[in-house]
Design a protein around this ligand. Structure first.
Ligand code: C5J
Length: 221
């Protein structure tokens, strides 16, 4: 059992054998120009500071034998799993399913939908395709974590206040102990990122714990 003393709001204890590193939606569609994130008017450069610390954490987690799970937000080519409310929301420059420079926006199998090269999953690492913001909604994630007897989640990815937050809330309600790594999650909006992390650790850790990836690296075997 390992303990990180510097986590907010209190020390965090986890056992590597029952802990998974969850890497949420580190896709070209969110991190590179021409994808879904940019179509919504966002500066995708805001997210790129997460890549180097997350690559280091991923390497350490693999070396320590943690379960690693990647997720990708996206939809079937016929959009049958995309609710009209999501498809028609807002006034993006390109809608989900529209052609773009990296393929159809947020569509499974397209180049832009896949995970960035720097964080490519290794063969055998589960990749959960999710139609929603939360990684538990309409996916096999719950069964996968139960089969592997996972109790703790080290949560990383993008974006802090959207898919990371939704997933942490879902996981917390399912009984998982979530530690969110502040330097490995990112938002297009720095203020949302800061407040999003504060919300997780507030009220005695109402959704979980917050730390830096270096705090985890310091205790991993
Ligand atoms: C968003 C995500 N922001 N992965 N998706 O639409 O956070």
């Amino acid at each position: 059992m390992l303990t990180i003393a510097s986590t907010r709001p209190s020390p965090y204890t986890f056992t590597p054998a029952t802990t998974a590193l969850l890497v949420i939606d580190m896709q070209r569609d969110f991190l590179e120009p021409g994808g879904f994130g940019e179509s919504l008017g966002n500066d995708v450069g805001q997210l790129r500071r997460t890549i180097a610390p997350l690559a280091a954490l991923l390497a350490a987690a693999r070396a320590a034998g943690l379960t690693v799970v990647h997720t990708r937000e996206g939809h079937l080519p016929d959009l049958s799993d995309c609710p009209p409310a999501k498809l028609h929301r807002g006034a993006p420059s390109r809608r989900i399913g529209d052609p773009g420079p990296k393929g159809r926006i947020l569509i499974r199998g397209e180049y832009g939908h896949d995970i960035i090269d720097e964080l490519a999953p290794l063969p055998g690492e589960p990749v959960i395709d999710k139609p929603g913001k939360g990684a538990f909604h309409a996916t096999e994630l719950s069964d996968l974590l139960t089969e592997r007897k996972i109790q703790s989640l080290l949560v990383t990815g993008v974006t802090t206040e959207v898919c990371v937050h939704t997933t942490v809330r879902e996981a917390n309600d399912r009984g998982y102990e979530c530690l969110v790594l502040a330097d490995c999650v990112g938002s297009y909006f720095p203020e949302f990122h800061r407040v999003g992390l504060d919300m997780i650790a507030a009220q005695g850790g109402i959704f979980g714990w917050v730390a830096e990836s270096t705090d985890v690296l310091a205790v991993l075997p």
